[in-house]
Write a protein that binds this ligand. Structure first.
Ligand SMILES: [Fe+2]
Length: 378
C-alpha cells in the first residue's frame, strides 16, 4: 500500500507526461507546425539534454532533497516524464508563425497555459502563507505492551528547522514557546537545525535550549548538519546548553516504575547501510524509541527491536497532495514514509513535516508543525 503510493506518484507523472506528449510532438513535427528550422532543432536538443541530465541527476542522487540515488529504470522514467512536462510548458511560449486554430490545439494550449500558471499560484500561496502556517499537531502513538506509567507520556518533536534566510530565529523562539505550552515530559529534535555551512547554528541552539521538558532535550543529527560538517560542533555546543545529541548512543529515562530507552543515530544513508550495530542500543525491559532523521530506516529499526521511531527529513514533501489517504509528494520518490504515522507489525513511526524548507521556500499541503506525541498502549 505504501510502496503503492510511491509508484502511484510515478504513474501519475508518467500519465500526465503521456497526455502532453502528442501536443509536444504536434508542435515540433506536424506538417502544420510553423516552428521549423532553428527553433525546432533547439527544442529537440533541449529535450534530449534535459532528459539525459534529469535522469542522470536522479540516478546519482544529485537531484532531490534526499540526495539518495534512484534505481536506473526509475530515474530514467521519471527524468523523461519531468522533461516532457517541462518541454510542453516551454514550447507553449513559442508562438507559431501562422496561427493554427483547431479545437484540439486550442484545448491543448489552454491546458498547457493552465499548467503553466498553476505552479505559480501554488508557489505564491506556499511562499507567503503556507510556509508560515505553523501548527501544533497532536498524535496518539500506539505502543504495544506500554506500561501504565508510560501511558499518555508526552513527547514534543521539532525537526528540520533549517534556520537561515527563510526561517528566522524569532520564528523559532515562537515555536519553542508553542512546544513548551504542551508541557512535555520529553523534548526531541530530529535534525537539520540549519541547511548549510555559515547558517546561524548558534542561534538555533540558543533557541532550542529553552525547550522545557521534565526529562530534558534529546536529539539526533540530520543530513544537513553532516553536509555542513557541523555535527561535532553542534554536539559539543548542544551538550553545553543542555541539548544532548545522541550519536549512536542511548539514554535510559525512568518514569515511575517504567523505563523509556531513547536511542539516536546520525542521518543514515542507504549507501553505508541502515542502523549498523544499532541493536546494541536496544535495552531489554524498556520501551525502545529511536531518533533517526531519515525515516527510511523504519523497517530495520522495527526488526532490531525499536517499538517507536521518530523521524523527519521529508518535510512532508513540502508540496503534498493527499489522495485516498495516500500522500503524493516529491518525497515519495525516495521513501514510502513521507508524512504522519505508520505502523509495521507492532512498531510505529511518526514522520513529522518539520518546520523549515529546503530547495524552494514553499509549503503546500504539508504545513510546518510542532508535533506532540502521546504514547498510548495497544
Ligand atoms: Fe530537512
Amino acid at each position: 500500500m505504501l510502496l503503492g503510493a510511491r509508484f502511484l506518484f510515478d504513474t501519475l507523472i508518467a500519465l500526465l507526461a503521456m497526455a502532453l506528449l502528442p501536443g509536444l510532438f504536434d508542435r515540433l513535427f506536424s506538417p502544420a507546425a510553423r516552428n521549423l528550422g532553428t527553433t525546432r532543432g533547439l527544442l529537440l536538443a533541449l529535450y534530449l539534454v534535459l532528459a539525459g541530465g534529469a535522469a542522470l541527476a536522479l540516478r546519482l542522487g544529485v537531484l532531490g532533497p534526499s540526495h539518495e540515488p534512484l534505481t536506473g529504470w526509475r530515474a530514467m522514467g521519471l527524468g523523461l516524464s519531468f522533461t516532457v512536462l517541462g518541454c510542453s510548458l516551454l514550447s507553449n511560449f513559442i508562438p507559431p508563425e501562422r496561427p493554427i486554430a483547431t479545437g484540439r490545439r486550442d484545448f491543448l494550449r489552454s491546458a498547457a497555459r493552465l499548467l503553466a500558471v498553476s505552479p505559480a499560484a501554488v508557489a505564491g500561496y506556499g511562499t507567503f502563507i503556507g510556509r508560515h502556517d505553523f501548527r501544533l499537531t497532536e498524535i496518539d502513538l500506539p505502543v504495544t505492551g506500554l506500561s501504565r506509567d508510560l501511558e499518555g507520556l508526552r513527547i514534543v518533536q521539532l525537526s528540520d528547522i533549517h534556520l537561515g534566510p527563510f526561517m528566522s530565529a524569532r520564528e523559532l523562539v515562537r515555536l519553542v514557546d508553542m512546544a513548551n505550552g504542551t508541557r512535555p515530559h520529553l523534548a526531541v529534535v530530529t535534525g537539520d537545525l540549519i541547511s548549510d555551512l555559515g547558517d546561524p547554528l548558534d542561534d538555533a541552539l540558543a533557541a532550542l535550549k529553552n525547550l522545557k521538558a521534565d526529562a530534558g532535550i534529546l536529539g539526533c543529527h540530520g543530513n544537513h548538519e553532516i553536509h555542513a560538517r557541523a555535527e561535532d560542533y553542534a554536539t559539543r555546543e548542544g551538550a553545553r546548553l543542555g541539548l544532548r545529541f545522541l550519536r549512536h548512543q542511548s539514554q535510559l529515562l525512568q518514569f515511575g516504575q517504567a523505563w523509556l530507552n531513547v536511542a539516536g543515530v546520525d542521518h543514515q544513508s542507504e549507501r553505508t547501510g541502515y542502523l549498523r550495530g544499532a541493536e546494541k542500543l536496544v535495552k531489554p525491559g524498556a520501551i525502545n524509541l529511536l531518533l533517526s532523521h531519515n525515516p527510511d530506516v523504519f523497517p530495520i529499526a522495527a526488526q532490531k527491536g525499536f517499538a517507536v521511531t521518530l523521524a523527519g527529513h521529508t518535510h512532508g514533501g513540502q508540496v503534498n497532495l493527499e489522495i485516498l489517504r495516500a500522500n503524493l509528494n516529491i518525497a515519495t520518490l525516495y521513501t514510502p514514509y513521507t508524512l504522519g504515522l505508520y505502523r509495521e507489525g507492532s512498531a510505529s513511526i511518526y514522520v513529522t513535516s518539520g518546520i523549515g524548507t529546503i530547495g524552494v521556500p514553499v509549503r503546500f499541503g504539508a504545513p510546518p508543525e510542532v508535533a506532540l506525541l502521546r504514547l498510548r498502549a495497544t
